[in-house]
Write a protein that binds this ligand. Structure first.
Ligand SMILES: Nc1nc2c(c(=O)[nH]1)N[C@H]1C(S)=C(S)[C@@H](COP(=O)(O)O)O[C@H]1N2
Ligand SMILES: [Mo]
Length: 372
């Protein structure tokens, strides 16, 4: 079904999937709209569209798929212009991938930092269908000397708070050629088997499994192949963290997501019945590697028990975990800790590294509960 609506003074056909209700999401910002997945409601491995977090920097562009074009230019043998039907007729692939915003968990940082105050829910997992970016790049022909693949969205606006943008800009991020050529990186047109909703990037978006969410550019309009590293706003003034090189701190754009586990239930300050059996559960994920194991501690990290993985660990997708806990007799306030380790041997850190600024928040955060 297509719905006619008026936008930018012109009648457009809205997307086929324009009727998702986001009422169950937690509002974090109204303009632009930013909505959080209520992580305590974690149920299936795949997050339904209506629960998948929404993260925007500008108003959501309403795009008619008939008018939409994706152009590929720059360091290529042939400039390409691809329409929606053409994209959907190219060889496609479905990948289950978790997207986590690099600011997920920001509300837990002490001292407070700037940026949207996400709790646990700027993370969700979906099945994405689309054309591998490598297929499009091969069609265009990458020239020797290509370094970065710039992905630009149709959304546009002016950042008025510091760091201010130089007037209105689009959302744009780049990928190094090596990641762009991996076959999990998609130009996706479907999420969980349905056309994308406008909120999640209709008609098409990038999905960059293993990387923080900012890389997965929505409402994708342009792909530009460059012979040098892209220096755009979202690549230099936002979504960057300090790295120590030769003892000197340098700012580097964020990329791979870091290993992390979160407890869904019990939720913070939940009352848990003393002496009962309680199913503690949550999800864990990493960047390029799959989860190896998840542990829990009830004594501040002195002792750890291994949780049971509910889903088979896969690269790029979270896996749920659970632990049937024999709740002690009344002990009042108790802190639960969880920590994940991935198959590459990365372990969630105990402490926050301030070099990460207001991003990449994967250190262990205790969940306080009341046993009574
Ligand atoms: N064009 C565009 N793409 C974007 C964004 C945006 O504001 N504009 N936000 C990015 C960020 S920061 C994240 S975390 C993910 C979130 O994707 P979702 O809204 O589908 O959950 O989209 C990314 N892609
Ligand atoms: Mo993000």
């Amino acid at each position: 079904m297509t719905v006619a609506s008026k936008a930018h003074g012109k009648a457009i056909k809205a997307s086929h999937n324009d009727n998702t209700s986001f009422a169950a999401l937690i509002p974090r910002e109204r303009e632009p709209v930013n909505l959080e997945f209520p992580f305590a409601a974690l149920d299936g491995v795949v997050t339904p569209d209506s629960l998948f977090y929404v993260r925007n920097h500008f108003p959501i562009p309403r795009i008619d798929s008939a008018d939409w074009r994706l152009t590929i230019s720059g360091e290529v043998d042939r400039n390409l212009v691809i329409g929606y039907d053409e994209l959907r007729n190219l060889p496609s692939k479905t990948v289950m991938a978790t997207l986590e915003c690099a600011g997920n968990g920001r509300v837990f940082l002490v001292p407070k930092v700037s940026g949207t105050a996400w709790g646990q829910g700027a993370v969700s997992n979906a099945e994405w269908t689309g054309v591998p970016l490598s297929v499009l790049l091969a069609k265009a022909g990458i020239r020797a000397g290509a370094v970065d693949i710039v992905l630009e969205g149709a959304d546009r606006g002016e950042v008025k708070a510091d760091p201010k943008s130089p007037g209105p800009i689009h959302f744009a991020r780049s990928l190094p050629l090596s990641k762009a050529m991996q076959d999990e990186v998609l130009i996706a047109y479907a999420m969980n088997g349905k056309d994308l909703s406008p909120e999640h990037g209709f008609p098409a978006r990038a999905v960059v499994p293993g990387w923080y969410g900012m890389a997965s550019v929505k409402w994708l309009n342009r792909i530009i192949v460059t012979d040098h590293e892209f220096q755009g706003y979202w690549q230099t003034l936002e979504y960057v963290a300090w790295k120590r090189e030769n003892g000197l701190p340098v700012l580097v754009p964020l990329g791979e997501a870091q290993v992390k586990s979160q407890i869904a239930r019990p939720a913070a300050y939940e009352a848990v019945a003393a002496g009962s059996k309680y199913r503690i559960h949550g999800a864990a994920w990493s960047g390029e590697s799959a989860v190896a194991h998840v542990e829990l501690s009830f004594d501040g990290g002195a002792n750890w028990v291994t949780a049971t993985l509910v889903d088979a660990p896969l690269r790029f997708a979270w896996c749920r975990w659970e632990h049937l806990w024999s709740v002690p007799e009344s002990c009042g306030r108790l802190s639960l800790l969880t920590r994940a380790t991935d198959q590459a041997g990365n372990v969630q850190p105990d402490h926050r590294d301030p070099d990460r600024r207001n991003y990449v928040i994967n250190h262990i955060v205790p969940v306080e509960i009341d046993v009574r």
